[in-house]
Design a protein around this ligand. Sequence first.
Ligand code: HEM
Length: 487
Amino acid sequence: MAIRKAKLPPIPKDSKIRQALGLGIGIWDYMEKNQKKFGDTFTLTLPGQGPMVWSADQAVIKDTLRLKEDQYDASLVQLPIDVGEKNVVFQNGKEHQDARKLLIPHFTTERLKNRSQVMHEIVTEHVNTWNPGDEFNIPRLVGDITLDIICFTLFDLRQGGRKDRYKELILGWLIEGTSDKMFTIGSLVGTKKYRQFLNKKYKKQTAQGRIGNGKKSLVPWKLAVDYKVQLANMLREDIQDIRTRNNKDEIHVLSILARTKDVDGNLLDVERVISECVGMMVAGHETSAATAAWFFIWMQKKPDVLRKISDEINNSIAEEGHYNASKVVDLPYITACLNESQRLTPSAVGFIRWLKKDTQLGDYLLPAGSAILPNIYLTQRSKEIYGEDALEYRPERWLEGNKYSPTEFMPFGGGRRACVGMNQGKQQLKLIFSEIARRVEFTSEYQKPGKLPRSRMIGGQTEPENGVIATVKSVLPYEQQELSKSA
Ligand code: HEM
């Protein structure tokens, strides 16, 4: 029998730079253009990186989700921020499964239900400060709220100087560490190599006790390293305090991780605890902000949908006699609305697996050293899967008994590496949007008919090119007694 040779699916004739630009600005248009030309599976080749095969072919995606951990190399994921190479995202095989086991217990249904009431209070505190005429950029506004939620989830901090300092450092680090320039340097020199370089700088500065002056310099990575050093210092202090207190009743994520022992009975290495903590900050921040940006635009375009969300929340309040956050996050209509937004406008266009060996996926035998990316965007817009109205925003499709498989709906990735924080991400967005729907009226340019704005990569996520600017028109006061009843 003739031996088949591994081969890349078609590659556009565009130069590598043009292909990189196609991914950076207007990625959705670029995906559609290539699909028209080549079909569901095509290869993009960017400067400084191996070939990337994007596929919206169900057989290819099914096989990708079945890949075993020894078939791909997660350490090659192109994230230029230094979260530590031992972080779950970069691990393979048993180390990866063990790392997931450290994180998954923090996002169980029970933990999330326990957290929902305080998460709602955080959202409410934000909305209570809004006034008619206030102008916001929605992804940044949601980013700010979710930072408060992360400070509560990770550190059990709701107020005070320490919380403010954490927030400031996390935000500074995320902005500097995931800026366009960091992604560009990463792709030019190799992202893994660049991360290792940043980690060396971080370790050296830490060992020398140099926390940095917080000022910009000509060195493009300087501020990112300074922020990481300072953030890690705070985490180190807290880990030490937690270990001294050894209070088994504490259930915030940092406390549990700091008290976790490995199979030999030793406490986890401090740098490992820091790494998983900062990793969750990176994984949850821009993803939530970008998802919220598109969800907000759909709500502006679909006032009838927004009204139905508001009715659903108000009915729940009437039934329960108060706002019950753990009930609100399970309400079917708002859940369908978020699904529909993530279907048509997902924050991640694809997720990646770098293949170690020649690998058969569907009808394709892909060469070692190439990457396969299930194409979330194109798959979730497919008429074959979602029907003739696939391009319409219609939340009802989720309530009509349709079941979409993990290869048909995958805004949180899939298989052994699917998003660990999926339920936390969905919960915080539903709590934010339910509060907006029932209390706040916004005006924005998206209320006028017209196409969606062009997409642009921000911090590795797909966001509207020029942000989402909206002005508060009115805010209903919060009924205080509801909050105290539900506390
Ligand atoms: C709407 C918000 C979010 C979206 C859209 C999102 C999306 C994703 C996607 C697409 C992946 C890659 C999965 C894959 O390769 O198959 C991922 C991985 C991950 N996410 Fe999320 N995410 C969100 C929120 C969060 C939050 C809030 C956290 C934690 C607090 C989190 C933690 C993680 C982690 C740790 C991974 C790596 C999992 C692994 O490699 O095993 N995410 N996420």
